[in-house]
Design a binder for this molecule. Structure first.
Ligand code: NAI
Length: 333
């Protein structure tokens, strides 16, 4: 099938080309993000593959449908960038990558937490500069501390299991209780209680209308002073302005984020020679107790290989008229 692959970086080309030998699709790579300005590049492609920061709102989907696109394959688990209702109306089917290594994201989350708590990122900068001072680098033992997990799905549970290994007390909040989380010793509690009791909170639920700004000023006001907050899920879960206010007031002890509300115009590109217009991210970066990475938690050989393989398998199944096991549909209202 003719496939237009958007947001294609060198590593996407390499992995997809290698795995495509078994599928034989005609892949055209576009470095550009899919958005109104670039959607014409998809003209004549029955399949379009996208990533987390491509824009698939109704106007873009209409243009895709008009150009003959019938399948959108996102190389991600999250699909909040796609207006599923509009896609369904326009006869465009959507597939995602439901299952790839949840370990990739969970392990990265632990990495962010450890670096933030023990100031490893700052120590790295100091020692390279010949500064071996410890002042300002004190952290706390995670052993015995309470870790709140919001969203105890695949990634949240792997994260919880690792934290159980550290000897942490686990609290969970989810709309669905999962017995595996409870088997780890985790206890489901209301969101307010999780906020109040946790020393560390990590976000692992999807971004939906219900979860947008699930961590906002009210939530933060109900948390323990000194809380470490980690978000490797989606930027929109956190009201970033509220987080900045809580950092400025010294209530929030640290923030580790791999995702950011306005990341679409920044992430996956080199802006080191640009004046960045986004004052909020600049403010975040200026805090010594904020650690920000550019949506890389998924980026391990295992996870990335599975993402590319699953995407190609879905496209092949679509071409053959087979069932799309990774199809995602608009929720019925
Ligand atoms: P999952 O579907 O296995 O788990 C999500 C959990 O969130 C489920 O248990 C679900 O019941 C829960 N949930 C849904 N709505 C909720 C609500 N309103 N309140 C509380 N809990 C709610 O998904 P998985 O694979 O664990 O991924 C979680 C998220 O991680 C994805 O949606 C995606 O946004 C993010 N992600 C980030 C990556 C990165 O590179 N930073 C890579 C992959 C995923």
């Amino acid at each position: 099938m003719k496939v237009a692959v958007f947001s294609a970086k060198r590593y996407d080309r390499t992995m997809l080309n290698e795995l495509n030998a078994a599928h034989g699709h005609a892949l055209t790579f576009q470095e550009a993000r899919l958005e109104p300005e670039t959607v014409a590049l998809a003209n004549g492609y029955p399949v379009v593959s996208v990533f987390v920061n491509d824009q698939l709102d109704e106007p873009v989907l209409k243009a895709l449908a008009a150009g003959g696109t019938r399948l959108v394959a996102t190389r991600s688990t999250g699909f909040n960038q796609i207006d599923l209702r509009a896609a369904a109306r326009l006869g465009i089917r959507v597939v995602r990558v439901v299952n790839y290594s949840p370990h990739s994201v969970a392990e990265f989350t632990v990495g962010l937490l450890l670096a933030l708590n023990r100031h490893i990122h700052r120590a790295y900068g100091r020692t390279r500069d010949g500064n071996f001072e410890l002042d300002g680098l004190m952290g706390f033992d995670l052993h015995g501390r309470t870790v709140g997990v919001i969203g105890t799905g695949k990634i949240g549970r792997v994260f919880a299991r690792i934290m159980a290994g550290f000897g942490c007390v686990l609290l969970g909040y989810d709309i669905d209780r999962n017995p595996d989380f409870e088997a780890l010793g985790g206890r489901y509690v209301p969101l307010e209680e999780l906020a109040r009791e946790s020393d560390v909170i990590s976000l692992h639920c999807p971004l939906t209308e219900a979860t947008r700004h699930i961590v906002n000023a009210d939530f933060l006001a109900g948390t323990k002073p000194g809380l470490l907050l980690i978000n490797t899920s989606r930027g929109g879960l956190l009201d970033t302005k509220a987080a900045v206010a809580a950092l400025k007031s010294r209530h929030l002890g640290g923030l580790g984020i791999d995702v950011y509300e306005q990341e679409a115009s920044l992430f996956y590109r080199d802006h080191s020679s640009d004046i960045i217009d986004d004052d909020l991210i600049q403010r975040l970066i200026s805090f010594p107790n904020v650690l920000l990475t550019g949506h890389q938690a998924f980026f391990t050989r295992e996870a990335f290989g599975t993402i590319c393989a699953t995407t190609l398998e879905s496209i092949t199944a679509f071409e053959r008229g087979e069932a799309l096991v990774n199809e995602v549909r608009a929720p019925s209202t």
